[in-house]
Design a protein around this ligand. Structure first.
Ligand code: COA
Length: 147
């Protein structure tokens, strides 16, 4: 049976590797997943597809008058550049269509995979902040940063 998009995203959001940093290891209920997805869709989000299936989600969520890159990818697709391509598409939309001067990102310090992704995307560190569980590094990517 083909799962609806919400079921697929709930399965992804509750994967151990995904929830560890994205939700501070909290196991979301389906209703909470739907809330997160609805909020993302409300301001514009892209489903990430591979081989005809949804494998993740990316968005540019509003953050104090600016936009912050959010990306989540199923663990089974990690390490192949899939998130990189999806994030690059979202950033192009941000710079070319939304005419943003910069895009922000926040990554928990222990989330090495995500730090590597931000660096590949052209983000540069601009500081650190305290999160609910661990400290986070704050990044910015400027319009003419090559993305
Ligand atoms: C953060 C996250 C999206 C990164 O996924 P990812 O698969 O590591 O990222 P990429 O798509 O850039 O893939 C990178 C890897 O693919 C490799 N790769 C292969 N082909 C590639 C290509 N054409 N382009 C870029 N990288 C490629 C890279 O060398 C890299 O390898 P490495 O893992 O050994 O360093 C994923 O870990 C995730 O969803 N985490 C949980 C949610 C989260 O923490 N989100 C971040 C906070 S917003």
């Amino acid at each position: 049976m083909q799962l609806a998009g919400g079921d697929v995203l709930h399965a992804i959001f509750t994967e151990p590797g995904v929830r560890r940093y994205l939700f501070d290891d909290f196991l979301l209920t389906r209703v909470e997943t739907d809330g997160h997805v609805a909020a993302a869709v409300a301001h514009g989000a892209w489903a990430i597809w591979q081989d005809g299936r949804i494998v993740g989600l990316t968005s540019l969520r509003p953050m104090g008058g600016e936009r912050e890159l959010m990306i989540v990818l199923s663990e089974r697709c990690w390490g192949r550049g899939v998130a990189f391509e999806a994030a690059r598409t979202a950033m192009r939309h941000g710079f070319d269509t939304l005419r943003l001067d910069r895009i922000l990102a926040t990554v928990d310090l222990p989330n090495g995979r995500s730090h590597r992704l931000m660096t590949r995307l052209g983000f540069v560190p601009i500081g650190e902040s305290d999160g609910p569980v661990s400290r986070a590094r704050n990044y910015e990517a400027l319009r003419r940063s090559g993305t």
